[in-house]
Design a protein. Structure first.
Length: 363
């Protein structure tokens, strides 16, 4: 691993001030601490996605009235057509505008927005970048959900023919840190078609103190960023589960999840059998195959030849649950209990980012 110095000049700093938000109980940190103390972990309010034009962030509510959040209250227009949502975590939404290379950090409940320029070093990377946002509080016993008064970090990652790189933005210092890089386990010749890209269907997953991304191409890798050590590593996916043709024809899909014991897990979803294999990462033995779930029996669904194959549409870290989009609607399946819930049938997009936060009814 090599660590290169990256400038933290004003060009890397916040390029637009925070948007003022009207005072309300939803943005009052003292109220939210009391509310959180009575209600435990934050509820799943709904799902964020971006429209096909990449100009609007759409919200699909998950709660029933009177706790249901109207979609218009959590809507957002993006500046560029080449913009997507990268993820939601700890009460904030992270989006990227690839055309202008900046990140948008948005707190929907409070209405705060922050625009941050991506470090110029990522301009030179031939493949698209990805990122994640996390609460950076050091308070002992803190339960994520009322994090809007706490500092946060944004981890930006990118790939090249040589390897992967990451850089961390801190809201506490309003600056980017040093560039951190790691090589691929096996060299990739420059110009190799479809060398390595971040999976569009598997954005960042937080497991313990590490954030993970799935990188696919001729091979499949898992990118690990350790938040405590501020280090980067590349892990090979479980053996013999990744097939390029199966991925292209949507016969197999993949998802990074926590496994039993709070360690790294890897889910392999096979469309023909409508089943899911759960792999677990062991530091000594490597990858170990765990449970296999028969989703056709669980959901009483099995796609026929004339229906679109089901697909993974998202992952909810708060409940360790996957979102499945099928011909009969969208389902959320808890990977441990195997309990499932049918979601709204009017979920047209292909990728959803679950959003959990404290947002009292009537605010």
């Amino acid at each position: 691993m090599r660590i290169c110095s990256a400038s933290t000049s004003s060009a890397f700093r916040r390029s637009r001030p925070r948007s003022p938000a009207p005072p309300s109980s939803a943005s009052d940190p003292h109220f939210l601490r009391r509310f959180h103390g009575r209600h435990g972990k934050p509820p799943l309010l709904g799902f964020f996605s971006h429209d096909l034009n990449g100009c609007k962030v759409e919200f699909t509510p998950a709660l029933d009235p009177p706790d249901r959040v109207p979609p218009a209250r959590f809507s957002l227009r993006l500046d560029g057509a080449d913009s997507i949502v990268l993820g939601c975590r700890h009460g904030r939404v992270l989006a990227v505008d690839w055309a202008h290379l900046h990140l948008l950090i948005w707190d929907p409940a409070a209405g705060d927005r922050l625009l941050v320029a991506i470090p110029p070093v990522f301009d030179r990377m031939p493949h698209k970048i990805n990122g994640a946002i996390v609460c950076a509080t050091g308070d002992e016993g803190h339960i994520h959900g009322d994090c809007r008064s706490n500092p946060f970090q944004v981890i930006t990652v990118g790939t090249s023919w040589e390897g992967v790189s990451a850089c961390v933005y801190s809201s506490a210092t309003d600056a980017w840190g040093n560039l951190i890089s790691a090589l691929w386990p096996s060299p990739i010749p420059p110009g190799t078609p479809s060398a390595s890209f971040f999976s569009n269907h598997c954005h960042s997953t937080l497991v313990g103190s590490c954030i993970y991304w799935l990188i696919i191409g001729l091979r499949a890798y898992i990118l690990q960023f350790d938040l405590g050590a501020q280090s980067l590593a590349v892990i090979e996916a479980p053996p013999n589960v990744y097939q390029v043709q199966a991925l292209v024809h949507r016969k197999r899909q993949f998802l990074i999840t926590p496994a039993h014991g709070g360690v790294l897990g890897f889910l392999v979803f096979s469309v023909p059998g409508f089943s899911a294999q759960l792999w677990k990462r062991d530091n000594l033995a490597g990858w170990v195959l765990g449970n296999t779930i028969d989703l056709s029996n669980l959901l009483s669904l099995k796609p026929s030849e004339d229906t679109a194959p089901p697909r993974i549409a998202g992952f909810f870290e708060g409940d360790n649950a996957i979102l499945l989009k099928t011909y009969d609607g969208a389902f959320m399946v808890h990977l441990e209990s195997l309990l499932f819930k049918k979601l709204s049938e009017r979920m047209p997009c292909h990728r959803y980012h679950p959003f959990a936060s404290f947002y009292p009814a009537g605010t």
